[in-house]
Design a protein around this ligand. Structure first.
Ligand code: HEC
Ligand code: HEC
Ligand code: HEC
Ligand code: HEC
Ligand code: HEC
Length: 430
């Protein structure tokens, strides 16, 4: 036996070992703090992209094979965004970009039946640059029948029957009909490169937690399925379904002449109905709404508001209209992801989240002071609600085109006759 206290070399080694051990303990604590930093909901079948799924599907089980008996589901899925999740051009561009992609975890949600089961979520997939040339079936079928319905060589269903068992081995999987199942991919935060099993910052998609909150407030027990899988439809449409988004939103406009202010007051109201989460739902980086409001004269020219020196318009504090200095006036309704949300910098403030709440009606009150020449005319007010699936700034970052990715949901108009008599009276009084 050696007595280390009598040997200076061994004593030195002991001190180094102590420092190394302390370092290890510190890094473990640090790693654990990071692991705890974002609270993700218990996953069901999918773990927010942290791993690829292992199907162990028997030979010959392809989506086309499933479709040979389940034609309706196949047709609906085939035309869905889920089927295109691995091969759509927006995904391809962002996935190949060093700045925001090139990680296994993208594939784990967009094409879960990929080959990367042995890859950590933060690793770069093998032969990534050849992927969209080789286009393997697991990539081009995206989020497919097998990813959602097959595990351990069995078909997962909520209704296991004898004919079903005869067609293929089956397992009862009640979790398929829960919102948490969708949340396994539709809810996640930001992924640091260094830690394979962790997230940081605020949620980048938060469909599930927003639905849970809405159910708590309303007392409902809605699931994603009630709205996105009506009658079991596998189209599971969302933002790209213009009618779905249009029907979920309402827009009104009221224009009135305010003689005592020589101004037109515009009240624009946008309302939400039949949505279980905040609007616009889905990906915070990309989707947003905008409302464009303007005034035209009879010959179609946009009205130029009268310049206001501050405090010139004496408005009642209760109404608090926004005095508009320029037309058209644009509002954006969105959640931006800044350094606080990404969890990359301390001491920064959260970015405001202006998305609409379920069932909310939000009013914007504007005051447009008129120049003398426009008073006495009949003017046309109009407001347009736009939906944008791809934010132009994000598009630029990933060299994507935004063409055709913004559309009008609603347009409302209102005519206002400005009253010269009332104006004269006000002018005289001044
Ligand atoms: C994104 C995951 C997902 C994908 C992809 C998917 N399914 Fe489903 N499937 C579900 C869910 C969720 C249900 C409903 C479970 C419930 O609540 O009963 C379901 C239900 C079904 C049912 C039961 C009958 C019905 O329509 O409600 C069949 C059959 C079915 N799927 C077949 C398929 C086939 C075939 C494919 C591929 C063409 C497919 N599914 C792709 C998630 C998926
Ligand atoms: C040879 C025809 C056939 C093929 C191929 C087939 N199925 Fe089925 N499947 C059936 C039959 C029959 C049932 C039972 C339907 C019933 O009881 O009404 C069934 C039941 C199901 C159910 C349960 C339906 C429910 O109401 O919950 C799911 C989910 C399902 N299949 C998915 C798949 C998937 C995914 C594939 C491909 C991996 C597949 N099936 C391939 C014939 C087939
Ligand atoms: C395996 C991961 C995964 C699961 C599970 C999953 N999704 Fe998706 N979903 C995606 C991905 C990835 C996209 C984006 C596809 C794209 O546009 O590239 C998507 C897109 C969507 C969209 C947007 C479609 C559109 O038209 O823009 C809706 C709605 C949707 N999913 C609903 C659901 C619902 C409801 C469930 C649960 C029944 C579900 N998803 C389960 C990964 C998943
Ligand atoms: C009460 C009905 C309802 C419920 C419940 C609901 N949604 Fe939605 N969802 C909608 C409507 C309507 C839209 C279109 C408006 C919008 O974009 O917010 C939408 C939009 C979406 C989008 C945006 C699609 C896109 O392309 O950006 C996604 C993703 C989505 N929902 C997923 C989910 C998931 C996941 C759940 C469950 C956790 C869920 N939704 C629950 C009605 C609902
Ligand atoms: C936890 C699951 C998950 C992970 C991980 C994930 N995504 Fe997604 N992604 C989704 C879902 C769900 C949607 C659909 C949201 C919606 O429709 O608003 C989506 C939407 C997108 C879209 C928009 C598609 C379109 O055309 O509108 C792009 C692009 C995209 N993801 C790229 C990526 C890239 C690149 C990565 C890796 C850095 C990644 N995603 C990681 C789940 C995921």
């Amino acid at each position: 036996m050696t007595d280390s206290s009598k040997n200076p070399a061994l004593r030195g080694a002991g001190a180094i070992a102590c420092i190394v051990a302390a370092g290890i303990v510190w890094s473990l604590m640090y790693a654990q703090r990071i692991l705890w930093s974002t609270n993700v909901v218990t996953p069901v079948l999918f773990d927010h992209g942290l791993s690829a799924v292992e199907l162990h599907a028997p030979k010959g089980w392809t989506n086309e094979w499933c479709g040979s008996c389940h034609q309706k589901e196949f047709e609906q899925w085939h035309n869905s965004k889920h089927a295109a999740a691995g091969s759509n051009t927006n995904f391809e561009a962002q996935f190949l970009e060093a700045a925001g992609g090139r990680a296994q975890w993208c594939l784990n949600c967009h094409a879960p039946a990929n080959y990367g089961a042995s890859n950590h979520a933060s690793m770069e997939p093998k032969e990534i640059d050849n992927l969209f040339v080789a286009r393997p079936a697991w990539l081009t079928s995206g989020v497919d029948c097998l990813s959602c319905h097959v595990r351990d060589g069995q078909v997962l269903g909520t209704n296991v029957t004898t004919p079903g068992q005869a067609a293929h081995p089956m397992r009862e999987a009640p979790e398929l009909s829960t919102a948490e199942f969708c949340g396994g991919c539709h809810q996640f935060a930001h992924k640091p490169r260094q830690f394979p099993d962790s997230f940081r910052g605020r949620l980048q998609q938060a469909s599930l937690i927003e639905l849970v909150e809405q159910n708590r407030v309303s007392g409902d027990a809605l699931r994603c399925h009630d709205c996105h899988l009506p009658a079991g439809s596998h189209t599971m449409s969302g933002g790209y379904d213009r009618e779905l988004v249009r029907d979920a939103l309402g827009l009104t406009l009221a224009a009135s002449w305010q003689p005592e202010l020589n101004a037109i007051q515009l009240v624009v109201a946008v309302s939400v109905q039949g949505v279980g989460h905040r609007v616009p739902g889905g990906e915070h980086f990309f989707r947003y709404l905008s409302i464009r409001t303007t005034l035209h004269d009879a010959s179609g020219n946009v009205v130029t508001p009268r310049k206001q020196s501050s405090g010139a318009v004496d408005v009642t504090p209760a109404a608090r209209p926004l005095v508009v200095g320029e037309l058209p006036h644009v509002e954006e309704i969105r959640k931006r992801l800044g350094d606080f949300e990404r969890g990359t910098e301390s001491g920064v403030s959260p970015t405001p989240d202006t998305r609409l709440n379920p069932n909310e009606t939000r009013e914007f009150v504007y005051l447009v002071p008129l120049v003398q020449a426009d008073i006495g005319k009949s003017l046309k007010a109009s407001t347009t609600l736009w939906y944008h699936v791809l934010d132009p700034e994000e598009a630029k970052r990933f060299h994507l085109s935004t063409e055709g990715l913004s559309w009008k949901l609603h347009r409302v108009m209102s005519e206002v006759v400005t009253d010269t008599k009332a104006v004269q009276k006000t002018n005289v009084n001044r």
